[in-house]
Write a protein that binds this ligand. Sequence first.
Ligand code: PNS
Length: 161
Amino acid sequence: MEKGVVYPGSFDPVTLGHLDLIKQALTIFDRVIVAVADNSGKKPAFSRKERIRILKELTEGMPGVEVDYFSGLLVNYLRKKKVNIILRGLRAVSDFDYEFQMVLTNRRLAPEVETIFLMPQEDYFFLSSSLVKELAELGADLSTFVPANVEKELKAKLGRK
Ligand code: PNS
């Protein structure tokens, strides 16, 4: 039977760490649904549409990857997609509290849903979308953090070339 996983996140912007995790997930799952959260409260740098477009461009050559979005509760989205596994990336220990809280909350809301964690390659262990945005604002070289097109679009948005 085909096994699918939902990889949810803000992806604002998608980093090389996210892409690494998607590639890892493809070695385990037949179908990886990258689900962009429509978290309007967060004031993202990229709109939902832009984040979806960028993710689609970057995963075009990866069979088994689907890019979608969700709003509302993540577990409701999983039920709709008939998938019962959530994938999250776990980096440094500092991720743990937040991720642990999410796992327990989602488990309370939907006991049939399990969360699994994959660790990014060490090159991306400290990498986060918020760090990337801060560096983009300061005009730093982002080539080892995000794909080239993301760097270009992000810097265009944040006012640096
Ligand atoms: O990339 P992020 O910002 O760490 O992703 C967090 C995300 C979007 C996965 C999380 O905030 C989420 O699942 N939001 C949907 C609302 C929800 O279901 N909340 C209950 C679980 S804490």
